[in-house]
Design a protein around this ligand. Sequence first.
Ligand SMILES: [Zn+2]
Length: 376
Amino acid sequence: MLNIMSGPLPTGRAPIDRASSISSIKAKNICLFFMGSIDTLYQYRQVEYLRLYFGVLRALVEIQKRRGMFVTLLLCAFLVSACSSSAGQAKGQSVVATIYPLQYFASQIGGSHVQVTGLVPTGVEPHEWEPSTKDITTIKRAKLFVYNGAGLEPWVDRVLEEFHSSSTPVAVDSSSGIELLEAAHEEDEDKGNHEEEDIGKDPHIWLDPLRAQQQVKNIVDALRVSDPNNRSAYTENGAMLTKRLQDLHQAYSSGLRACQRRDIVVSHNAYSYLAKRYNFNVIPIAGLSPEAEPSPAKMAELVSTARDHKATHIFFETLVSPALANTIAKEIGAKTLALNPLEGLTKEEGSKGEDYFSIMNQNLKNLQLALGCSSG
Ligand SMILES: [Zn+2]
């Protein structure tokens, strides 16, 4: 276990120093051994074990002074096996996911075999979010790092490039293999020439239950590779989740089939995938990122568009101020209604036990209301 005799002895010392030199090499090796174990524990955030470790380390140094090497090694072996087995029971595969839907999918697929950490905090809108140094360390220590892809997290490539070592987490682009839609073109009104600017791909794939199935598959595949011992559990849980997404798709298909209107006015353009799948049109107040606010001229245009489309409801979303939606609704005598892009849960939604499916079902009800659908 410990190669305590392998260190070169310092030369040119008097024989009387030899014993203390060997002792210091032994101590150094024990330290290195401890540091390795501490690093492992730290990876799994076993802070309480860390504290215990440092306490015992101090005690060991004392014992070594008094009783010598043998007792130290014995205690050491005992302690390390005890600590690593209890740490092993507490942890699962450490998985870090950027946004809520991925966090939810990963925990459903991984069950008790994973420990999933969400990166974008509760109640924070992810489009403008950037990881802190602490977040980057969290990613680096994970076994698996699941991100949405399709341009939602423009910082991912830069962060992954910073990791050079072999301890880099396996990065999973959940959009891999998914047909992406172009982001809506936005007119640049400041230039006065209505130049259209291409802003890349639309990242909101998780809102389409069928595309979400592919995201689930990508996570299942990655977990099966990174933790082959629990392969069958991941496959089984993945199949169950896929089935639930299929049922959700059926509910949307039949629920949005027979409606009086086919246009919705929303506060941010998160619903292109959903709209394309279930055959309705989205009129966004803001752009692809909810922080992009319209100019007064654009606002007037939106009001008249909403009026032309005989909108009875203007949708707002939970993580963004409903002010714009309220203004337009008031102008045209419509009501406001929540449509949740599921980019994160609010604290309230979290404590009420809401999840991906409960919110998707609520969204369906609200869409049926706004589009005047006969429940089918
Ligand atoms: Zn969005």
